[in-house]
Design a protein around this ligand. Sequence first.
Ligand code: 15L
Length: 267
Amino acid sequence: MEKILVTGAAGGVGTRLRKLMKGMYPSIRWSDIRKPDDLGTDEDFVVADLADPGAVERIVAGVEGVVHLGGYSIEGPWETILNSNIIGCYNLFEAVYRAGVKRVVFASSNHALGFYPRSQRVGVNVTVRPDSRYGISKAFGEAVGAFYADKHGLRVTCLRIGNVGDAPLDQRRLAIWLKPEDLVQLIRIGLEHRDIHFEIFYGASDNADAWWDNSNARRFGYKPTGKADEFRAQAMAEQAKLPPDPIGDRYQGGPFCSDEYDADRAG
Ligand code: 15L
């Protein structure tokens, strides 16, 4: 890979990646709907609204691989999710295909499967169970990726990311924490591994409480270095400060599941 594009450069994960991936490829173009506050003078950055197909065409021109983090990263109103994550994601894959880009690493999310109970271990061959409009948009993105891989030969890797941070923030994050350096490892597998066609990996470190079977990522050489267990005491201390959440605590998606939840009343 000589030249790659990373969307979502101004977001929390993008901001970390701009530091961690510096110099990793000969040329990295960063993009977002707004300029990052801490943009360095040596960084190649282009503003683009993913909902605008023309703007997306311009940012993908000349790149060999794309890391697609861009979009709205939490639950939001339908209009917002529709424009940023559904239309934006479609525009990205379509532009990539038309420009002859070879690979996409798509930042999916644990919220595409948030309604699996915490008691169930899930692998990559399960039905999606989104916990939010945001989760639906991530399931949509995975489907778009599979389509362009199968129909047009694009090499696509979907990362079902848990929670990226310096340390797990609470009990749920002990199961789904992703050390930023481990995310970089997963991205590099997606961009560089010879045998990628369409793959789904869980974006999680080596967590003792894991709910996900990440053997597919390990098959491609993923060796996570982060261990959430090392932060157990502090994560549980933070958990103790949170109010009880009977629905959120039952399901993998946590508060994304309890937010707007009225299934019991409907039944
Ligand atoms: C996500 O997908 C979000 O982008 C992030 O903001 C966190 O909410 C994370 O999931 C999580 O589940 O902790």
